[in-house]
Design a binder for this molecule. Sequence first.
Ligand SMILES: *[C@@H]1O[C@H](CO)[C@@H](O)[C@H](O)[C@H]1NC(C)=O
Length: 475
Amino acid sequence: MVSSVLPIASALLIFGASEVLGFTNSATDNLAVYWGQNSYGATHTSDTANWQKNLSYYCQDDTIDAIPMAFLNVFFGTGGEPSLDLSNICNVNDDAVFSGTQLPDCSFLASDIQACQARGKIVTMSLGGATGANTFSSDSQASAFAQTIWDLLLGGSSNVRPFGSAVLDGIDLDIEGGSTSYYTTFVSSLRSLMNGGSKTYYITGAPQCPFPDAYMGSIINAEGFDALYVQFYNNYCGLSNYANTNDWNFATWDNWAKTTSPNPNVKIYIGAPAASTAAGSGYVDVGTLGNIAQAVRAQYSSFGGVMLWDASQAYANNRFDSGVKAYLTGGTAAPTSTSSHTTTAPTTAPTSTTPTSTHTSTTSTSTSSPGSCGSVSAWVANVAYTQGNQVLYNGDLWTATQWNYAETPGGSSGAWTDNGACASNAAQAPVKVASFSITTTVLSRTTTTPEPMKVVVPVVETQAAAKRSRSFKLD
Ligand SMILES: *[C@@H]1O[C@H](CO)[C@@H](O)[C@H](O)[C@H]1NC(C)=O
């Protein structure tokens, strides 16, 4: 026995950890974590020490397997080139743009990306936020855009590569508005280019959990995706309703994978907020999420792992990412939850998922201190806010109605709801920190709740926002 162990140990030494621990799409313990939008910074504007760091900061251990960078939010911008926004790390305000374009030069991230890849992780670009600007008008335009993405980010070549010599591992689609015409052409054209490449490339998507997804549905039915990071939050079908079998619908997605998806091996991830401030609703603590992931994996073979939004929130929330990863890889010794809603879900392979009513006890509405706005931070122009975020501005409390960037509260965009003056609003309007009340989730069944993984800034607005935020530099 001893002699059979030694060669394995030797092999590990020879080939090194990165050879052994490379990303495997077919695995069921993958952790995908979005990076780029500094979600923590948007909700904790004064705690700059915990703002999003450069990419390689999140690749120093073996916790995260896949990093979709968010977002390439403009398809056809100035000079016919795309634009992208990585919040405090790289954007059109703070970084040089390629001549005649609004495409920032983020090539200082090339070594970061390559460092993550050297550790066996994949780094992809999330194309998103479907606004009216990100639509295709013809098949030829869609296939030309596939060539653009290939040349700028993947295996092609161009003199305007935003990440320089780094070759990303694929793309992620987060389409949540506008027309989806010709998107299937885009995906199939890109897949053809990828198939001719010299390494494996991946195409993932991030639909919201209501099935079928209003925008992604027709695309994922027509083209093979490698994985879907389904957003089980901000909706009735989210994680906080796991106990309600009428709401929680992973089974529907699993069935879709096996019966409808052109790629029957597509992996389905449970997409989750990495902190209570990362989404409007759907946050559950690490123990609850870990137990749900284990139960779902035991029941559904399409399960591929967990997706978190986003890296900044996870790191600031007691390394939520490594907590989740421990459940994905371990399957034993689940950490005891310190919250009141301990789950009764078994930590190992249950044969059925028995909903536990204790999940509903997570329903809570936090209120600010009476007569004040509590710990709500002042609005800052150069951070991205997501729906439900609250800020102070001109003495009032404001709540974001949608993802927005550099949209002044009270401005014409309607991105903010005025909750009134701070001195008086607390008594009349509780400040929802974690707004997953039963009422909210039931109501959201009939509405299309905007969600945080979304860039809704049209081209023109982005440029205007860029100008405005120059006078609001935080750092
Ligand atoms: C990221 O890296 C660049 C280049 O090394 C550096 O200038 C910048 O300060 C870093 N940003 C953060 C947030 O660490």
